[in-house]
Design a protein around this ligand. Structure first.
Ligand SMILES: [Zn+2]
Length: 229
């Protein structure tokens, strides 16, 4: 059931889901909805007290989710550009882009469903675009991996194994081209130098003279992009 509480002059809406369980858990889902799971029979006064006690955490995390430009709302981000969503409910599903809009044809209007549809599309694009970029940059740097794997990595953008395999996070596809290229070149340079020594950074600098700028961009935007499902 939908409920509302006022915390520090902000109206906060939450879903209360009563379950046959012992403890209470508070969650914020990727749509920015606050959900409380609680045992059947619990008093509303108890829940409200708990919400007030946890207000700092709740307000902070609601803000993070709701202000994350990388989360699906009315627009999406692809290769660093913003596209407004034009949604159509159809039998045959497809996703395509022009310079301004992303046209999503979906069988269902359900948010989660569309999010999944978009997730599969992102991964397909990642396979195509990242493979191409690695090939081009490999030739440019004359550093050749044995294999390229696009992965759903939760904590890293890319990695390079001792078998000279390069793995890249599909979420790179949300970033501007210049950042994608930096990450790929970073991993290609690991084919030659496995650590992050000054020699390594000197090598990166040959191909990406302003790599520090891109590292800074990743520090500022990385966690928002990493949270995209
Ligand atoms: Zn590295």
């Amino acid at each position: 059931m939908k409920r509302q509480i006022s915390i520090e002059n902000t109206d906060i809406y939450y879903d209360l889901i009563l379950k046959n369980k012992k403890n209470i858990s508070i969650k914020i889902n990727s749509n920015g909805h606050l959900i409380i799971y609680a045992p059947i029979g619990i008093s509303l006064a108890y829940i409200e007290k708990l919400l007030i006690r946890k207000k700092k955490w709740i307000i902070k995390n609601l803000n993070i989710v709701n202000n994350n430009p990388y989360n699906l709302k009315n627009s999406i981000i692809f290769l660093g550009n913003k596209y407004d969503i034009k949604l159509e409910i159809t039998q045959k599903e497809s996703i395509c882009l022009d310079s301004e809009f992303i046209y999503i044809k979906s069988k269902s209007i359900d948010y989660k469903y569309i999010q999944n549809l978009l997730g599969s599309w992102y991964k397909e694009q990642a396979e195509k675009i990242l493979f191409d970029r690695v090939n081009i940059l490999s030739n440019y740097c004359r550093l050749y991996p044995s294999n390229i794997i696009i992965k759903d990595q939760k904590t890293r953008w890319g990695s390079c194994s001792s078998k000279k395999e390069i793995r890249l996070n599909w979420r790179l596809i949300l970033m501007p081209n210049s950042i994608i290229d930096y990450i790929i070149i970073h991993e290609l340079c690991h084919l030659k130098i496995m650590n992050h020594s000054s020699d390594f950074w000197e090598l990166v600098k040959i191909y990406v003279p302003n790599y520090r700028e891109y590292k800074k961009w990743l520090n500022e935007n990385g966690s928002l992009i990493m949270s995209v499902k």
